[in-house]
Design a protein around this ligand. Structure first.
Ligand code: CDP
Length: 203
């Protein structure tokens, strides 16, 4: 079975938690595509070369989750050569046999427009900054500033800007618990799997 769940949205909207839960629930593989950009951002040197020569061990660094790595990621993510170097790997992951969940910014729009389920997860900047601050600590006002800065760069870039695919389902998690958000996402996947079975597809 080839079945892709594309989960996009801005920083700290809950994509990671939702994606991992959906993958667990349906036994699908999961790729956090933000990690690829974070790894390129922290690797240093020429970003396009770093993207072309990325290795699995580059994705295991403990420094990849920091605010600084997030900022570095969004800076290299505007470079078309960096995005191009990472595209093929993501597409193969998305369309390999067995279901796949990918979370990022451009999965439903660029990497896998044919995804069977597309969810755009969002929340207000304040709620997202508060969640990120609980994870990383420091000054909450500074975290909010960084979240807004990264949103502006991700939404404003020319190549693969962050925006919902026209056929994505919007999931605003501002006032949802994580259990509710995961429940909604799983229901969407369940519905798409059932529709495929009814249509006599290979599900
Ligand atoms: O976890 P969080 O939502 O804060 O960020 P992330 O998903 O790890 O992504 C870090 C940065 O990588 C984003 O701000 C984007 O600039 C970039 N990114 C991208 O351009 N395309 C993707 N598919 C995933 C991440």
């Amino acid at each position: 079975m080839i079945f892709t769940v594309a989960i996009d949205g801005p920083a700290a909207a809950g994509k990671g938690t939702i994606s991992r839960a959906v993958a667990d629930r349906f036994g699908f593989r999961h790729l956090d595509t933000g990690l690829l950009y974070r790894a390129v951002g922290v690797k240093g040197g020429d970003p396009a070369t770093a993207a072309r020569t990325l290795l699995p061990e580059d994705l295991t660094g403990t420094d990849l989750r920091t605010l600084a790595a997030g900022q570095a990621a969004s800076q290299v993510a505007v470079i078309p050569e960096v995005r191009a170097a990472l595209t093929e790997f993501q597409r193969r992951f998305a369309r390999a046999e067995g279901g796949a969940v990918l979370d990022g910014r451009d999965i439903g729009t660029v990497i896998c427009p044919e995804a069977e389920v597309k969810i755009y997860v969002t929340a207000s900047p304040e709620v997202r900054a508060h969640r990120r601050w609980l994870e990383v600590g420091g000054e909450e006002a500074q975290v909010l500033h960084e979240v807004k800065d990264r949103d502006a760069r991700d939404m404003g870039r020319a190549d693969a800007p962050l925006r919902p695919a026209p056929d994505a389902v919007l999931l605003d998690t501002s006032t949802m618990t994580i259990t509710e958000a995961v429940g909604r996402a799983c229901a969407l996947v369940e519905a798409a799997l059932s529709a495929r079975k009814r249509a006599g597809g290979h599900g």
